[in-house]
Design a binder for this molecule. Sequence first.
Ligand code: GLN
Length: 542
Amino acid sequence: MARYIFITGGVVSSLGKGLASAALGSLLQARGYSVRLRKLDPYLNLDPGTMSPYQHGEVYVTDDGAETDLDLGHYERFTGVPASRGDNVTTGQIYSDILKRERRGDYLGGTVQVIPHVTDAIKAFIQRDVEDLDFVLCEIGGTVGDIEGLPFFEAIRQLQNDLQRGQTVFVHLTLLPFIPAAGEMKTKPTQHSVKELRSIGIQPDILMCRCDRPIPDGEKRKIGLFCNVRESAVIEARDVDTIYEVPHAYHGEGLDREVLDAFGIMDAPPPDLSRWDEVLSSVREPEGEVNIAVVGKYTELKDAYKSLIESLQHGGIANQVRVNLEWMDAQIFEREDAAAYLEKVNGILVPGGFGERGAEGKIAAVHFARTRNVPYFGICFGMQMAVLEAARHLAGIKDATSTEFGLAGTPVVGLMTEWAKGDVLEKRGITSDLGGTMRLGAYEAFLAEDSRVADIYGTRVISERHRHRYEVNMEYRAQLEEQGLVFSGVSPDGVLPEIVEIPEHPWFVGVQFHPELKSRPFAPHPLFASFIEAALAQARLV
Ligand code: GLN
């Protein structure tokens, strides 16, 4: 029988609810329990797939091809449990299902209402396929009091009564601001947030209070008293210098103990946090550093590259070095000489991207990396730009372009119109819907014998997650390979290119997939580990 932990937030957004949930999941896992984390998103989009990174940050793709909230990335990275389509739901999905059923006549003439139909659908989602687990952690997006969140709060309130006593625990994350003029930490916003929660029938069992300094005992007592929470369940969630410290920090404050107490579990084994110790010692005691240029479009919005940033850090952990990221807006290289910016870096990475803006700048960055022997890692769009650079400057196809930018020029990268997904042939055209229609999720690739990537992965068959609409046109393969850009990874049917590399270059790899979605702090992805290793070798040269 699964136990449910509901994590809600109050006072302000961006308190790190996703990270807190992930850390709690990892602590329970460290005590030997099986866990699964889910995210309920109150917005109306069916999924974040069509939202701008400015609105939503990164779109996290699961093995089974769902485009989900970036918090699922935290969950996977902290617990190692692969997320799936069933772990993220939005109001849009709930309503879309209900309206389809209504049209089919499933409600037998009844009036379809928020209570019970929407709340029932939310409850069914929360409880789907979790019977064998010890704990299900469910995070509700947004903050208590948001109008669009109400059905979700109502659903979890009802679940408390639907399920057995002691089968649900409510954790509420709030902020304790320090007001310099008063020289005091203020508890009032937390009191109001809990009041709001209680007014809709939810009494939190545990409060996690984000703060930038220790909470005085007197304040903890006061919070407990005014929020109707036992004092020991007021958990200090203080800022830490690295996110890998969070599980240790929360354990130190008694979070997992309090959660287990709230369930009445008294005999839990102590947590084994050794995997986090190893990660922390590598982060805290680096034996060197490398500088990596990330040449992208949303460089001012780091949430757009959440998994990428983490994976580069994991590459650092694998090599016991600090990885400094230098964010560069690709468009700079359309106006100025790339050398002025890239001369000093030890590696260049062009991440995933969409649209023409900045593309020429990215191609310029690739050109610099290739001709100056600087390690280059191209991810998805970054691979496509690497191919365009080689097509133009090595293969002499001067007007090589992608049809993503229009129909002029030679389409070395073009719209993918069909591909095999298992036994099914997926088909797309220029008029297909934009939402959910890319080549999404895990696909296998076969790696060429003696290639650099086969050596890096230590295997010839890999599975990686994808999210793209365009592909490198195989018609140009022979021409490009003659010039030294080798197609070292292809789809099992040989139709789609998955990896290109330049064997003569110190480290030049472009991948059509997103390896950053599968890297973990305690299991760094081999491509990131190898890229950072190459950057380190480059750093030692200069
Ligand atoms: N825009 C490119 C495509 O759709 C690359 C996508 C990406 O980088 N995720 O194929």
